[in-house]
Every structure is written in C-alpha cells, then in structure tokens.
Design a binder for this molecule. Structure first.
Ligand code: NAD
Length: 368
C-alpha cells in the first residue's frame, strides 16, 4: 500500500531539475501527492542551493548515501545520459519506484535487466519522454486507430534542435556532444517515442549518421566560447518500417537551429494529421487533420477542439512524469510512459547507429 504523500528523492540537481519547465517547479504543484524529501548530486553545493530554494530537508553527495539514509518511496533520476543505466539499477535494486529521464539506458543488456528488476520487485517504472500522455498525441493515436486518415503510409517527424551549445545553456554542455550521449539519445528519442507511440512498434530501421563539426563552440551563457570536442554523431537521419508499407523518417541532430514545419506529419490514404510543438510555437494548433471526404467548399483541414488542452503539462511541467507514476500507483495501472516502450526506442537508436556504420537495414526484436 502506497503512502500519501509519497516521499521522493531527486538524483541530479542540474538543468532539468531546476529549469522553469523542469521538475522542481512542477513538484511544488503536487505536494499533496509527493513530498520531495531529499536531493543528491556529486556537486554538493548545487544540491544544497536547490534544496534551500525548494525547501528540501535532506541533501546527499551520492546516490548510495541517499538510498542508505533517506526513507524514500521513489527516486527521480535526472543524471546525465551515460549513467542512467547504472544509477537506475541501484534505485530499483533498493526497491524504489523510479522516474528516469530519457533514454532508459545506453545498452540493451541494461534495459533488459532494469525491466527484469522492476518486474521482479513489483515496482512502477516510468521513463521519459512524456509525449504519449500529451492530449494531441493521445488524439493522434486514437484518430489513426479509428481509421480517420485511412491506412497510414508515411510520417515525417522533426525531433531536433540546434543543441545546447547553440544558446545560453546554464551548465557545461560538453557531455551532450560526447560518446554515450549525442542528439539521437537527447532529441531523436522524442520523435521515435512519438511515432512508435502513435503507429505502434516498428519492425526495421535504416539510417545515415555522422559528425558535421568536430569541435563546437558554446555560443552564449556562462560557458560562452568553450570549445567542445564532438565524439558522438551530431547528425542522424533514420527511417522506420512498420510493416504493411508504412514508413517514417525521424531526425536526431543538433543542426536544427530553426524550423517552421509541423513537428509530426502523418500521411494516410484518406488524409493527413499534423502535430505542432506548442512550446516552440504557442500560436500553432495542437493538432490538425485533413480528410479527403471533407465537406465540399471547405479546404479539408479541421482543427479539433481540445477539452482541457494541455493544462496538466502547463501545471506540472516536466514533473508530469512523476504525476504519471503517482496516478499509475493509485490506479494500479501499468504506465503508458513505460520502460518497454523506452527499450523499443533504445533498440531503434542503437540499431540506427549500427545501420549507418554497416550500411544495412536491421530488424528490430523488441515491442511494447
Ligand atoms: N536540460 C534539458 O532541457 C533537458 C530536457 C529534457 C530532458 N533532459 C534530460 O535530463 C537529464 C539531465 O540533463 P540536464 O540537462 O539536467 O543535465 P545537467 O548536466 O544540467 O545536470 C545533470 C546533473 O546531474 C549531476 N550528476 C552527475 N553525475 C551524477 C551522479 N552520479 N549522481 C547524481 N547526480 C549526478 C550533475 O552534477 C548535474 O548537477 C538527461 O537525461 C537529459 O537527457 C534534459
């Protein structure tokens, strides 16, 4: 039986913990359901500052110490990508429910093992990104499933930005550009979750991938002028085959400094769905649909009215991940933002890089 409020520990008090769209602002909106009792970061001063700002009573220098000394129900893992696997393993082995940032891990062995531990211990395990609980994604999935655009044929998914060095990043962004991280894991992961969440698991992947600039210079912020050696591919384009001649193209790059196209376009035999990124463009509709059988005289495009819009995202920010975990526990449900979906996305990313290296189309083994 879960306690109310649940007791949470934050691991990693960097950018996504503290940004205006990040976790702590959102967690302050759900104090009835979750109390943040502990924060841990090897940069202990950072953890102390954050704890003082948000009224977090316990501060630790390491995950081990936090797990050892703090009485927690769940841990929110906001560490850099290369250590998601090792830290998540400790958290689950300690019997704590887990929210972890994307990606789930960086090897399939880790992802398989993490899911096995969570299942064995009966833990709820929620993995970013939160896209598939956003109302426009939920509606897109429903429309596709109901046949509103007929047989899906192909999708174009834009899933990149210019990279953290392109603007005023608050902390040192070096790790984003180096081995074990990169834009496919950092950004492509969103589009992969989106399109597999809407169309279902993919069956095959093929990709091109490379490094466009061997050294990036931070353009603004406290690390302005810093030269970063780029050792992870910064430019990946992948294609997915869903079977039945349905395909998608997804980008995972740090080379989209600006774009105006919809974030996702899904083309079916009877119509089209466009999904926009409302964080980037608040004036764009969340979703619009074109149907061949639209009333004559109307141009065919309809913007469905949203009941409630995306107020949950506005309220809880990135802590919508934590809200999802709380709701799953209360309702005894398996997460929509599941580790199995995240493992499928990881397999696509790993095989995309492998495909780019070997020049072949690769089969996918996982599903969700
Ligand atoms: N920054 C964003 O806008 C953003 C958005 C969505 C998701 N994310 C994800 O959030 C995660 C963290 O990204 P970030 O941008 O906050 O990174 P960051 O570099 O700003 O912060 C990471 C923090 O983790 C700490 N840390 C490092 N090793 C640790 C360890 N072993 N134990 C505990 N803490 C440790 C660092 O000291 C730092 O405070 C990544 O998985 C990233 O993909 C970031």
């Amino acid at each position: 039986m879960s306690r109310t409020p649940l007791r949470a520990g934050i691991l990693g008090t960097g950018t996504i913990a503290t940004s205006p769209t990040g976790y702590l602002v959102g967690l302050m909106q759900m104090k009835d359901e979750v109390t943040t009792v502990a924060a841990a970061d090897p940069v202990i001063e950072r953890a102390r500052t954050v704890a003082a700002q948000y009224g977090i009573p316990e501060v630790y220098e390491s995950l081990d110490e936090m797990l050892d000394k703090s009485d927690l129900d769940l841990v929110i893992n906001l560490t850099p990508i290369p250590i998601h696997g090792s830290t998540s393993r400790k958290i689950l082995e300690a019997g704590k429910h887990l929210v972890v940032e994307k990606p789930i891990a960086t090897t399939m062995e880790d992802a398989d093992e993490l899911i096995e531990i969570a299942n064995r211990k009966g833990l709820t395990y929620v993995v970013a990104p939160p896209n598939m609980v956003q109302p426009n994604r939920v509606l897109a999935k429903q429309l596709v499933t109901e046949g509103a655009i007929g047989q899906p044929c192909f999708a174009r998914v834009r899933s990149s930005h210019g990279g953290p060095a392109a603007g005023p990043w608050p902390l040192d962004p070096t790790w984003f550009y180096q081995e074990g991280s990169g834009p496919l894991y950092d950004m492509g992961v969103y589009g992969i979750h989106d399109i597999t969440g809407i169309l279902g698991p993919a069956k095959r992947v093929v990709a091109f991938s490379g490094i466009t600039e061997k050294v990036r210079t931070v353009r603004d912020g406290p690390f302005k002028g810093k030269k970063i050696e780029v050792t992870a591919d910064d430019n990946t384009l992948l294609m997915l085959d869903f079977g039945n001649s349905a395909f998608a193209v997804v980008d995972g790059t740090f080379n989209v400094n600006a774009a105006k196209s919809p974030q996702i376009e899904i083309f079916g035999r009877e119509g089209t769905i466009n999904i926009y990124n409302q964080w980037q463009d608040p004036t764009a509709p969340p979703l619009e649909i074109f149907r061949l059988d639209a009333v004559p005289g109307v141009d065919g495009w309809i913007t469905p009215r949203f009941r409630g819009g995306d107020e949950a995202r506005q309220r809880y920010r990135r802590a919508i991940m934590v809200k999802h975990l709380v709701d799953c526990l209360a309702e005894n449900k398996h997460p929509i933002l599941s580790a199995e979906h995240a493992r499928h996305a990881l397999e696509i990313m790993l095989k995309a890089i492998e495909s780019a290296r070997c020049g072949r189309v690769l089969d996918l083994r996982t599903t969700f």
